[in-house]
Write a protein that binds this ligand. Structure first.
Ligand code: HEC
Length: 189
């Protein structure tokens, strides 16, 4: 067995299963840095301007989120009045028709008479036939029934335009319509 040099520290006098251990102290400079970091952390926490000052990180986060919401307001919910106004807006209806023919017709037929999706021209509605209900269905879809959520796919104006266009299809009586689905909800007036 070799005798320890001074760099290896001294051999401790315990022995476990014949295994002995040197006491190798860490270098003094290392230990001083270690204590210094602890002292620094305590001072850093307590000095004003750090942990003890300001509204706190949660309040700061909320303030930042509120500021972001102010700068980027969510698209205004389409109101019934604004949607009804689009039903008299030729340009909006033309744009809505374009969206309908390209995007919706595979399931609802170009004339809205219904195919995979229901007839959109009759008085029967699964999800409501008011313009806000139609807009809601188009925006959110009926995913488990195969109606996509167009609010995530189309631009907001495209959704409002196509909702207005669908609303105007009512009563157009296309030939060979799909059989009624949903509840009878005739339009007032
Ligand atoms: C992939 C096929 C598919 C496409 C494409 C599709 N739909 Fe549908 N749509 C459906 C199905 C299926 C339903 C019926 C959902 C149910 O059974 O609840 C439906 C329901 C609807 C309803 C509700 C009808 C009611 O009776 O309440 C509206 C309104 C509607 N779709 C509009 C549209 C518009 C507008 C588009 C194009 C932007 C579109 N859909 C594109 C399949 C489709």
């Amino acid at each position: 067995m070799t005798t320890p040099t001074s760099e290896q520290g001294r051999l401790l006098d315990h022995s476990y299963d014949g295994i002995q251990e040197f006491d190798n102290p860490l270098p003094r400079w290392w230990v001083w840095i270690f204590w210094a970091t602890i002292a620094f952390s305590a001072a850093y926490t307590l000095i004003p301007g750090n942990a003890m000052r300001g509204p706190g990180r949660i309040a700061e986060y909320n303030a930042a989120m509120a500021e972001a919401a102010r700068l980027h307001p969510p698209a205004a919910e389409a109101s019934e009045a604004s949607l009804m106004a689009l039903t008299n807006d030729r340009q909006a209806l033309a744009a809505g028709k374009q969206v309908f023919v390209t995007t919706c017709s595979p399931c609802h037929r170009p004339d809205g008479g219904g195919l995979i999706g229901p007839n959109l021209t009759d008085d029967y509605w699964l999800h409501g036939g008011t313009i806000t209900e139609i807009h809601h269905t188009i925006t959110n879809g009926v995913l488990d029934k195969g109606m996509p959520n167009w609010g995530k796919i189309l631009k907001p104006e495209q959704v409002t335009d196509v909702a207005a266009y669908v609303y105007t299809l009512h009563g157009s009586n296309p030939p060979n319509p799909k059989l009624p689905q949903g509840v009878l909800a005739p339009r007032e007036k």
